[in-house]
Design a protein. Structure first.
Length: 126
């Protein structure tokens, strides 16, 4: 029973992977043949050319490393460790100055409370 379960699960996975790949190929081909000839006067492509295009874009932009999310998480953790190491060597005053500079450069205006000049503008119009 257990062996049959895993065999069926593996076959189902292969079926969905093949279905996903087929849909991705036909969607890519349709988008290419709709946009490229119209916008850039380029050629229409066949299914085999579409597969080649997807393979080439994977090689150029994604590579064949597995687990892209894991790699991203590892890079993020390494960056956080480097930043923590740099912050350790700063004095408390320099650390606070750095935090304020980063907050002023990277903060989103819509997520902050209104500052004093914005409040004075509202009072002037009233």
């Amino acid at each position: 029973m257990d062996r049959k379960f895993w065999l069926l699960r593996g076959l189902r996975f292969l079926l969905f992977a093949a279905l996903f790949l087929t849909v991705a190929v036909f969607v890519t081909q349709a988008l290419w043949n709709w946009l490229v000839p119209e916008l850039f006067h380029g050629p229409a492509i066949s299914v085999t050319q579409t597969v080649g295009l997807l393979l080439l874009s994977r090689i150029l932009f994604g590579g064949f490393r597995g687990g892209g999310t894991g790699n991203w998480a590892q890079r993020r953790k390494a960056w956080q460790q480097r930043m923590a190491g740099r912050m350790e060597h700063l004095s408390p005053e320099a650390r606070e100055k750095f935090r304020q500079q980063m907050q002023s450069r990277c903060s989103m205006g819509w997520s902050q409370q209104p500052s004093a000049p914005a409040e004075s503008k509202v009072q002037q119009h009233a």
